[in-house]
Design a protein around this ligand. Structure first.
Ligand code: GCB
Length: 743
């Protein structure tokens, strides 16, 4: 028999070198606070966990399974090293049996999230929280014969259901006996079963389910249970059970995604696993809340980015019918150390083997945005090895790789995996919010044979910033919504896209970021980091995707308005909405998802807006008309420059700063591609004097990257460097370029 005990209580913790132990319970991370407060200076180093315990020596074999230890762990019992593990997201098991003593025992776990380890993730914006953040289980057996729990953190049972009804089962056994396999339907009735002798080692068998009921996405995520019982001489030795589902799917390069033989456009969100003040040390409660929010908007797919997430969350996806993109943290660059390649292969092996049985998992993601760094042969070679490994471990699922927008579709990175996708931030880091459609049409035309999806798009939003004329990088709630409205309109009109995943369902910790007046966070979520507030764009998706009738009036936090009349925006999944102002009917509109009411007059003081749908949904808010446009809604970036940049800039200023961009036809401007600008000597000189020289003062790296030119416009590049220089530089450069005829 197996006995599994949750082992999360009565641990002690100290950072390496600290004098005192503090009591903790698992899940635990040491970065819950310093990993979210900005500065990019959270503790990345070694730390120790300790647990004193009394062992029950009557068990034959005793194991510990760690849900995750970030990023590297060494486990010691009574001074003896039991094992180590590299990779912060997968489970691993160590055996305690040989070192257990009568009386008191001491377990010590060294965790290490140091930045220089050859362990991925290496480069990414999100915080790499350290610690035992997914808890520990004690697994005891009274015989040495059982499923081989030593196997890559799994129970060594892989189940492959086929839509024909065949269910093949592979298991690894540590002794001989008899294996009974049963398939139960959702009501618990046994509908297929067999029992056969099994030797130690790998055992393969199969059963057949007549006319299997399909696992059919969110509409009908029908789950069967596969139950295995291993016994000898009539005595149960071990058992295992998993939820399984029968489904088939494919992505076409021209017609999008198909599930169970019919078109099933995938539309959903990306998700990171952290939560405010908790980091990655979240519990089932937080996972359930996240899932409820994802389901509330009606997503049918989730990209669990950028690493293996909790087993419980994949199970929720099975239950809710969400198609999952599961991935490893190979992000934005390749670490040339051979151990780092081995680490990637190890993380992929564990991702696949530990999650193989989940019907919700559709795609194995092997990397994200590798093209942001230099594409080297070594990088491509490990990407190919990863793809081959995923195929070897699991020939049933397609592989995928998310490319960054600047990677040309001719890059070999589009040919490593079965499926491909772009992360593109049109209207945020580059281009305008109207560019989503043209971006994909252009790329799709160059590689029409490769199925393309949108694996990220979005914009930052902080709840305090608002604007009636939202514009790029103003961090307003309204601008984020505009980017999503335009992106979705473009994607919906392009059925060749096999899926779309927005970035991101939730704000998340990115300790090195400092944006929109908020340190330590990426604010591209539809929901805030504490999960307390749904942003405006959340309701756009709810209007587009959910069935549960609702209506939402935009502007709940944009209360004070100086305009005589405003445009009111309403999101609803109903076909008709009506608007009242101060008790008077204003107008009704037919439409879908987004309803606009321009010219709604405001009187001074409070105005009550009310919107209703015919079937009784309603929402209301107060707009307060004030004399002058309130400053409090406008984010003004406080830039702090070194005295050298300030001195350099003092020499420049004096000339009046143009407030608007003047784009003269026939002349160069900041909106032209860099290689066009620098192809003209005066253009090159202007960029050199106004931008490169200034950047070189504090940021030689950034200055060097500017020199190459490229197909991105100066405006696109400016979004990335504008923190480093005064805003005026952008306008001064445009002025200078405006005097140079276009070649
Ligand atoms: C990306 C990355 C993601 C970042 C995101 C952003 O392309 O894949 O990890 O968080 O952009 O917000 O910049």
């Amino acid at each position: 028999m197996r006995q599994t005990t949750v082992w999360n209580e009565q641990w002690q913790f100290r950072k390496d070198g600290a004098a005192d132990w503090e009591p903790v319970r698992l899940p635990h991370t040491w970065n819950a606070l310093d990993g979210q407060d900005g500065g990019g200076d959270y503790y990345q180093g070694k730390a120790w966990y300790r647990k004193a315990f009394r062992a029950d020596l009557s068990w034959k074999e005793v194991f510990l399974r760690f849900g995750a230890a970030s990023k590297r762990a060494e486990v010691y019992c009574n001074g003896k090293l039991l094992g180590s593990h590299d990779g912060g997201f997968s489970a691993f098991t160590v055996e305690l049996t040989p070192c257990l003593l009568p009386g008191e025992n001491e377990l010590l776990v060294l965790c290490d999230n140091s930045a220089d380890l050859p362990i991925y993730p290496q480069y990414a914006d999100f915080t790499f929280f350290g610690g035992l953040y997914r808890g520990v289980e004690l697994i005891c057996f009274d015989t040495p014969a059982h499923f081989d729990v030593r196997s890559f953190g799994t129970d060594a049972v892989l189940i492959t259901p086929d839509v024909s009804g065949a269910v093949s089962i592979r298991s690894l056994l540590t002794g001989a006996g008899s294996l009974r396999a049963e398939i139960l339907d959702a009501g618990g009735a046994i509908i297929a079963e067999l029992e056969e002798p099994a030797e130690a080692g790998e055992h393969r068998t199969s059963l057949s389910v007549p006319e299997p009921h399909r696992w059919d996405g969110t509409a009908d995520p029908y789950l069967y249970t596969a139950r295995l019982t291993f016994s000898a001489e009539g005595r149960e030795l071990d058992s295992f059970s998993a939820r399984i589902g029968f489904r088939e799917y494919f992505a076409s390069a021209s017609e999008g995604f198909f599930l169970n033989g019919r078109s099933y456009p995938l539309h959903g969100v990306c998700r990171h696993q952290d939560r405010e003040d908790m980091g990655w040390a979240v519990t089932e409660k937080e996972h359930l809340e996240d899932m409820a929010l994802i389901r509330e908007i009606g997503a049918n797919t989730v990209r669990l980015a950028h690493y293996q997430q909790a087993p419980f969350f994949y199970s929720l996806c099975d239950r809710e019918g969400l198609a999952v993109w599961a991935e490893i943290p190979f992000i934005s660059g390749h670490d040339p150390r051979p151990e780092a390649d081995e680490n990637l292969l190890g993380q992929l092996r564990e991702l696949v083997l530990q999650n193989y049985n989940h019907p919700s998992i559709f795609f194995w993601g092997i990397a994200n945005e590798l093209g942001i760094a230099k594409e080297t042969e070594a990088m491509l070679s490990i990407a190919r090895r990863l793809n081959a490994l995923a195929k070897e471990l699991d020939p049933t699922r397609p592989t995928v790789l998310a490319n960054v927008g600047m990677t040309p579709p001719e890059s070999p990175l589009f040919r490593v995996t079965d499926l491909a996708s772009y992360n593109e931030y049109m209207g945020w880091y580059s281009g305008s919010a109207d560019d989503h459609g043209p971006f994909f049409d252009e790329r799709h035309a160059r590689i029409p044979e490769i199925p393309l999806a949108v694996s990220e798009y979005g914009a930052d939003c902080l709840l305090q910033w608002h604007s009636a004329q939202p514009k790029v990088q103003d961090y307003t709630e309204e601008y984020q919504a505009v980017v999503h409205e335009k992106a979705m309109a473009a994607f919906n009109a392009r059925p060749y896209l096999w899926a779309t995943w927005l970035w991101n369902m939730f704000d998340f910790a990115a300790d090195g970021r400092d944006e929109g007046g908020c340190r330590g966070r990426n604010n591209k979520g539809l929901v805030t980091y504490d999960r307390k507030t749904r942003k405006q764009a959340f309701y756009l998706y709810k209007a587009l995707w959910s069935r549960e009738p609702f209506v939402y009036l935009c502007g709940h936090r944009f209360r004070k308005r100086a305009e005589e009349a405003v445009e009111v925006k309403v999101y609803s999944n109903q076909a008709h909405v009506s608007l009242w102002i101060n008790g008077q009917f204003f107008a009704g509109r037919d439409g879908s998802a987004v309803f606009l009411f321009p010219g709604v007059p405001l009187r001074m003081g409070d105005n009550e807006l009310l919107v209703r749908t015919p079937d009784g949904c309603a929402d209301s808010l107060i707009l307060e008309r004030v004399e002058t446009a309130p400053e409090e809604y406008v984010f003004r970036e406080e830039k702090r420059f070194s005295s050298s940049v300030a001195q350099w800039f003092a020499k420049l200023s004096g000339e009046p700063v143009p407030q608007e961009l003047d784009i003269r036809p026939g002349y160069l401007s900041v909106n032209d591609p860099m290689d066009l600008i620098i192809s003209v000597p005066e253009g090159r000189r202007a960029v050199q004097e106004l931008v490169i020289d200034a950047l070189a003062i504090d940021n030689p790296g950034a200055a060097q990257r500017m020199e190459g030119g490229g197909s991105l416009s100066f405006t696109d590049i400016w979004h990335h460097i504008r923190k480093l220089l005064p805003d005026e530089v952008y306008y001064y450069l445009n002025e200078r370029l405006n005097r140079i005829p276009r070649p």
